[in-house]
Write a protein that binds this ligand. Structure first.
Ligand SMILES: NC(=O)c1ccc[n+]([C@@H]2O[C@H](COP(=O)([O-])OP(=O)(O)OC[C@H]3O[C@@H](n4cnc5c(N)ncnc54)[C@H](O)[C@@H]3O)[C@@H](O)[C@H]2O)c1
Length: 443
């Protein structure tokens, strides 16, 4: 069969929703992406090396708060969604979407071991006519320099035998306004046929596709988006510290500035960066920049400012306690909100852990509440105390010396909090709507 026929057959299968979609990595990105394809009428085959996740999905249980277990049960039961840890089944998929982690190594260098491992598994059973798309966030050049040679090792050629593209995930977990299908998707191909097929694929499931001229443009686009956030958040974090000294409320300033109808986009200060993207992705670019003998000063500076936030919060907490005749050592501090952002159950890179580490080292007696995280997880890069979430009752709040607001989940009753906690350090302006009280310290 000629190669053009293979590409046309895949194109037709995509348009008729008969192409079988394989998703590798069923985490915060892969599972919602799978849902988008299932909802559009495709059959999906989900792969994950974590056998616990596979067991949970097979039993119809969700491990991501905003994906309902009932929905998984229905999809698994009617056979449209199959899940497996058996990578040999990759050959069954017509399209393979890679959504595995891209963390940083010990020296803040890119750790592409998950992407490489997945690509090797795909290469083992690669067959003509398959389309492979990398979705994991990474530095420009990864698809061409890392994936392409591994996939071509067996003799098949990209663009003629199989197809390869990059399309960055823009998932914003827990955002009710922007679920996966509502977010435009940037798509870059390794060559033209790959781009055409990847564009056809995503056009079936998302509101808009944005094709760009190469994988490198699409890769750089994702890093630009995340660096933009990191730098702007660092700027407001620095201004927050300055304005605090000047007794100017940064949140009120941002609210006022946001009324400008052009040229200003609000970013908000906080206790430090969290999540899998903003604290990590920009360093993929600074690592690459060294190859080009180019410093990335904005990225480094933003990283420095943002990572100094937990220490700033601890200083503020110490001041607040001192003002009420107490000291850090021996005081009872409750952390409110441990997830890295509101209304999600994702604790990754949350500044709450750095704060706990610093406070624990200062001799603070710690407890916490987070309705989305009932038990503190063990973390690779932090010493996390073994704690379970306290119930947020008037008794608990009044038993504390200070409550430290880290994440402003919608589930919280701020009036209850403001009424019963004796002293509050608020890193999110969560109590901004509550009349100013001496016991509330913004940090
Ligand atoms: N979480 C987000 O909000 C978000 C947003 C945009 C982009 N991203 C990017 O998407 C990628 C995935 O992130 P995530 O948050 O979904 O991670 P995650 O840790 O939630 O999920 C990744 C999954 O991949 C599995 N896995 C790892 N190696 C595997 C392999 N070789 N084969 C099969 N499965 C494997 C893991 O067990 C895990 O379940 C990362 O590059 C991340 O930067 C994440």
């Amino acid at each position: 069969m000629s190669h053009a026929v293979d590409a046309d057959k895949l194109h037709e299968a995509i348009e008729q929703k008969k192409a079988r979609i394989g998703v590798v990595g069923l985490g915060y990105v892969g599972l919602p992406l799978t849902r988008a394809f299932l909802e559009a009428g495709f059959h999906c085959l989900g792969f994950d090396l974590d056998s616990h996740k596979i067991e949970q999905l097979e039993a119809g249980q969700s491990y991501i708060k905003h994906i309902e277990s009932d929905w998984i049960t229905r999809q698994v039961r009617d056979g449209s969604f199959q899940v497996t840890s058996d990578m040999q089944r990759l050959a069954e998929a017509d399209v393979i979407l890679i959504c595995v982690p891209t963390p940083l190594g010990e020296d803040r260098e890119p750790d592409l071991s998950f992407v490489e491992g997945t690509t090797r598994s795909i290469a083992e059973s690669l067959r003509p006519g398959q389309l492979i798309v990398l979705e994991s966030t990474t530095y420009p050049g990864t698809t061409r320099e890392i994936l392409l040679p591994i996939l071509e090792q067996g003799g098949l050629k990209a663009g003629t035998d199989f197809y390869l593209a990059y399309s960055p995930e823009r998932e914003d977990p827990g955002n009710p306004d922007f679920s996966t299908p509502r977010i435009p998707k940037v798509v870059g191909g390794i060559e033209e046929t790959s781009l055409r097929l990847a564009d056809a694929l995503y056009s079936q499931v998302v509101v808009e596709t944005v094709t760009v001229s190469s994988c490198e443009i699409a890769e750089a686009c994702k890093i630009l988006e995340n660096t933009y956030r990191s730098v702007n958040i660092a700027m407001v974090n620095e201004l927050k510290m300055l304005f605090q000294r000047m007794e100017i409320d940064i949140w009120e300033v941002i609210e006022a500035a946001s009324t400008k109808p052009f040229g200003f986009q609000p970013f908000y200060p906080g206790p430090g960066l969290g999540g899998h993207c903003i604290p990590i992705d920009p360093f993929y670019l600074s690592w690459l920049a060294r190859r080009y003998q180019m410093p990335t000063r904005f990225i480094e500076l933003a990283g420095d400012v943002n990572s100094s936030m937990p220490a700033h919060v601890v200083k503020r907490l110490e001041e607040a306690l001192r003002a009420s005749g107490k000291q850090l050592a021996g005081s009872r501090v409750g952390i409110l909100g441990v997830a890295y952002k509101p209304n999600v159950d994702d604790p990754r890179e949350s500044p709450a852990f750095k704060l706990m580490e610093l406070l624990g080292a200062a001799g603070v007696e710690l407890s916490y509440n987070d309705p989305h995280i009932p038990v503190l997880p063990t973390m690779r890069s932090f010493q996390v105390p073994q704690l379970t979430s306290e119930e947020l009752t008037p008794e608990y709040l009044s038993s504390l010396d200070c409550l430290l607001i880290v994440t402003d989940h919608d589930a919280y009753d701020w009036e209850l909090v403001a009424e019963h906690a004796p002293l509050i350090v608020d890193t999110r302006n969560a109590l901004g709507g509550i009349p100013a009280q001496e016991k509330i310290w913004k940090a």
